[in-house]
Design a protein around this ligand. Structure first.
Ligand code: FAD
Ligand code: FO1
Length: 452
C-alpha cells in the first residue's frame, strides 16, 4: 500500500466507472514509482484498465534539444517496461491543459493521478488541467523520500531547522516499495501504446544526443550508475566529494532530475550498503536533506528564482553594496564563452558546456563569481539560472534554484563578515580554492571549447 500521507487530493469528483490514468511528468520510471503504484492499486481495486500518460511540451525552461533527447530516450525504455505489464504509455504533444482533459474525456477515464512538483510552471500545468476536469485528481509525491507537503508546513530557514524534521519522518517513509504488477485489466485500445512508442522513437531520432556526464539515459543506466557508485565512490564520498579532481560524486543528478531513478531507491541502497556510517551520513545529507530542502524552498517561496525570494538580511546587505565597484564586469557572452580572467571559473564553465554537468563544489564558486562580476544581484541571478538551465543536464530543477539562491542570495545560509559587492553573503575566492585542491590540474584537464 502506498502511504496515504504521500497523496494529496487536488480535485474531488464523482466516483464513476472507467479506466484509471496516471499523468507522469517528474517521475519518469516504471519501478519504485509511488504515483504509478497508487494508480495501479486503485485500478486493481476497481477492476479497471490503467494507462500512463506523458505530455511532451514544445519547450521547457530553456532546456536544450539534448536534454529533451535524454528524457525521450528514458521514456522509450519506460514505455517498454510498462508494456511488459500491459500498461500503455500514451504520448500527447502540446500544452497539458489543452491536450489532457479532452483525451481523458475521449477515453472515459474515471480518475487521474499525477506527480508532485514544486516548480511554478508545473503547478500551473496541474491547476489548469484540474480546472478542466470532471473527475478526481490525486497528486502523489514519489519524488521525495519524505513527501514535501508533510515534511514541513513552511519554508525552512536552513538545513539545521529542516534536518530534525526529515530525520524524524524518514523511518516512516524510507521503505521498500512493492513491485509494479502485470496489470490484469487490459487497456481497451491496443493500438494506443504501440503508436505512442513509435511516436517517441521518431521524436528521439530527431533530437541530438546530450553530452551526458554519467552515462546513457534511462532507468537501467541509472541503476548501473548507482551500483558503480556504491562500490567505487561512496566509501570516499565523505572525504573527497568537494575535490573537483577526484570525481567521487554519484553522477546521479540527471537521472534523479528526470525521475529515471527514485531517491527512495538510492537512499535505501545506500542505507543498507557496507560502507562507513560517515560516508552514508554525508551522502544522505545531500540526497535527502539538501535535495528535499530545495523542494521545500521552491514549494513555499513563490519567488524562488527572484531577488525578492532572498531572505531579508541578504536583500538588505546586497542593496547596501549595489554601488560597490566590481573587480571585473563581464557581459553574458564573455561568461557563456568562458572568457573571464579567472582560469578556474572558465574551466568550470567549460566543464558544464562540454559534459553537461559542473562538479558540485565548483557550482557554488561559479555562481558566486557571477554575482561578483555582474552589474546587479538581479542580473547575476538571471544569468546563473539561464546558464545552468541551458547547459546542465540536471538543470531546470528545484536543486538548481535553491543552489543558485544559496550562492547569490544567502538562502539557507547565514550572514558572514561584510565585504565589497557580496555584503554579508558568503564569499569565495580563487586563493581559497587553491587551498582546497589542485586548481591548475583541474584547469589543464578540461579541454577548450574549440577542441570539443
Ligand atoms: P552527489 O554529490 O552524488 O549527490 C547525490 C544527490 O544529492 C544529487 O544528485 C542531488 O540530487 C542531491 N544533492 C547533492 N548536493 C545537493 C545540493 N547542494 N542541493 C540539493 N541537492 C543536492 N543540483 C541539481 O540536481 N540540478 C541543478 O541544476 C543544480 N544546480 C546547482 C547550482 C548551484 C549554483 C549549486 C551551488 C548547486 C546546484 N545543484 C544542482 C546541487 C548540487 O551541486 C548537485 O545536485 C550535485 O552536484 C549533482 O551531482 P551528483 O548527482 O553527482 O551529486
Ligand atoms: N515534463 C513534462 O511533463 N513534459 C515535458 O515535455 C518535459 C520536458 C522537460 C525538458 C527538460 C527538463 O529538464 C524537464 C522537462 N520536464 C518535462 C519536467 C521535468 O519532468 C521536471 O518535472 C522538472 O523539470 C523538475 O521538477
Amino acid at each position: 500500500m502506498i502511504d496515504a500521507e504521500r497523496i494529496e487530493v487536488i480535485r474531488k469528483g464523482p466516483r464513476r466507472e472507467g479506466p484509471v490514468v496516471y499523468w507522469m511528468s517528474r517521475d519518469q520510471r516504471a519501478e519504485d514509482n509511488g504515483a504509478l503504484l497508487a494508480a495501479q492499486e486503485m485500478a486493481l481495486a476497481r477492476r479497471e484498465p490503467l494507462a500512463v500518460l506523458f505530455c511532451l511540451v514544445p519547450a521547457f525552461k530553456g532546456a536544450s534539444p539534448g536534454a529533451f533527447s535524454f528524457m525521450v530516450e528514458g521514456l522509450i525504455e519506460t514505455a517498454r517496461d510498462l508494456a511488459r505489464r500491459h500498461i500503455p504509455l500514451v504520448l500527447l504533444k502540446g500544452e497539458p491543459h489543452r491536450v489532457i482533459p479532452p483525451w481523458l474525456n475521449a477515453k472515459g477515464a474515471s480518475i487521474l493521478f499525477c506527480d508532485f512538483d514544486p516548480l511554478r510552471e508545473k503547478r500551473l500545468w496541474q491547476s489548469e488541467v484540474a480546472r478542466r476536469l470532471a473527475i478526481p485528481l490525486f497528486e502523489v509525491d514519489g519524488h521525495n523520500v519524505v513527501p514535501c507537503r508533510r515534511a514541513s508546513p513552511k519554508g525552512e530557514y536552513a538545513a539545521y531547522t529542516f534536518r530534525p524534521k526529515i530525520r524524524t519522518l524518514c523511518p516512516r517513509f524510507l521503505k521498500e516499495l512493492p513491485p509494479l504488477e502485470e496489470h490484469p485489466f487490459l487497456w481497451p485500445d491496443g493500438t494506443d501504446g504501440p503508436l505512442s512508442l513509435a511516436l517517441l522513437e521518431e521524436t528521439g531520432r530527431g533530437l541530438p544526443e546530450a553530452p551526458s556526464p554519467s552515462g546513457p539515459p534511462g532507468a537501467a543506466a541509472a541503476r548501473k550508475r548507482l551500483s558503480a557508485f556504491l562500490s567505487e565512490s561512496l566509501p570516499l564520498y565523505d572525504a573527497k566529494r568537494n575535490d573537483p579532481n577526484e570525481n567521487v560524486q554519484s553522477g546521479l543528478s540527471p537521472y534523479l532530475h528526470f525521475g529515471q531513478i527514485s531517491a527512495q531507491r538510492v537512499a535505501f541502497e545506500v542505507t543498507r550498503s557496507a560502507v562507513s556510517d560517515e560516508a552514508k551520513e554525508a551522502f544522505l545529507e545531500e540526497l535527502v536533506v539538501r535535495r528535499e530542502l530545495a523542494d521545500n524552498f521552491c514549494f513555499h517561496n513563490g519567488a524562488y528564482d527572484r531577488f525578492e525570494g532572498f531572505p531579508d538580511w541578504a536583500r538588505k546587505t546586497l542593496d547596501d553594496h549595489r554601488g560597490d565597484e566590481r573587480p571585473f564586469l563581464y557581459d553574458l557572452p564573455a561568461l557563456e564563452e568562458a572568457r573571464t580572467a579567472d582560469p578556474l571559473w572558465n574551466a568550470a564553465q567549460r566543464q558544464m558546456i562540454l559534459t553537461g554537468k559542473m562538479q558540485g563544489w565548483l557550482r557554488m564558486y561559479w555562481a558566486k563569481k557571477i554575482l561578483e562580476w555582474s552589474p546587479s544581484p538581479e542580473e547575476a541571478l538571471e544569468r546563473a539560472l539561464m546558464l545552468n538551465d541551458r547547459y546542465s543536464l540536471d538543470g531546470r530543477d528545484p536543486n538548481g534554484y535553491a543552489g543558485v539562491a544559496w550562492s547569490i542570495g544567502g538562502v539557507h545560509d547565514r550572514a558572514w563578515p561584510e565585504r565589497p559587492v557580496f555584503g554579508k553573503v558568503r564569499y569565495m575566492n580563487l586563493a581559497g580554492a587553491r587551498r582546497k585542491f589542485d586548481v591548475d590540474r583541474f584547469c589543464r584537464l578540461i579541454p577548450s571549447l574549440e577542441e570539443k
